[in-house]
Design a protein around this ligand. Structure first.
Ligand SMILES: [Zn+2]
Length: 188
């Protein structure tokens, strides 16, 4: 059934989010929109990152290693560009510390940098609560839906039968927690 509304959709529901990583040479300043992290296992295959399928994963079968990545919606830089920031487990653990301190991520002003200045160098994140109240920020987008779009898996949103098949939201919603991969931190 279509969902009707008299208002155009809020921008946060559109796909105007760009996927970014922590740059090597310049610190990334951003305000976090998401209340929490969303993470999943991913593979780097065929020149791009794609999620690991929980069942019958082709990349796993081909012997490709997986890495856990977390995603969080932010307003990045002075332009406050709407972005999805991709973080490795090592970086995500630092956001987890911020969650412990502040009770959530929304409204946190963060600074992420790679002290080694290498593209895959370890990421250092510091964060503090921004002066502006969280309800003055744009609505936090659904990061899981945005990532399905970025990964080109929208068909799973449109076809309810496909959505039930191996690639399911349960795997995507796996939050940071007990199953952080140990091997990731060295290369981050
Ligand atoms: Zn896999």
């Amino acid at each position: 059934m279509p969902e009707w509304s008299s208002q155009p959709p809020d921008e946060a529901q559109n796909y105007g989010y760009r996927l970014i990583r922590t740059p090597a040479f310049k610190a990334l300043r951003a305000i976090i929109l998401s209340p929490d992290l969303m993470g999943t296992r991913t593979h780097y295959t065929k020149g791009r990152t794609l999620p690991c399928e929980p069942i019958n994963c082709e990349a796993c079968a081909a012997g490709h290693p997986w890495r856990w990545h977390a995603y969080v919606a932010v307003l990045a830089g002075d332009q406050k560009e709407k972005c999805i920031l991709e973080l490795t487990a090592q970086a995500a653990e630092q956001l987890q510390e911020i969650i412990k301190g502040y009770g959530g991520l929304r409204g946190i002003e963060m600074l992420a940098e790679r002290p080694s200045r290498r593209p895959n160098g370890r990421v250092r994140i510091v964060g503090h609560m921004n002066g502006s109240p969280p309800n003055a920020l744009p609505i936090a987008p659904d990061v899981k839906l945005l990532m399905l779009h970025i990964w080109g898996l929208d068909d799973r949103l449109l076809d309810p039968d496909l959505a039930k098949k191996p690639f399911n939201a349960k795997h995507l919603t796996e939050k940071i927690g007990a199953s952080l991969p140990i091997s990731d931190s060295a290369s981050t």
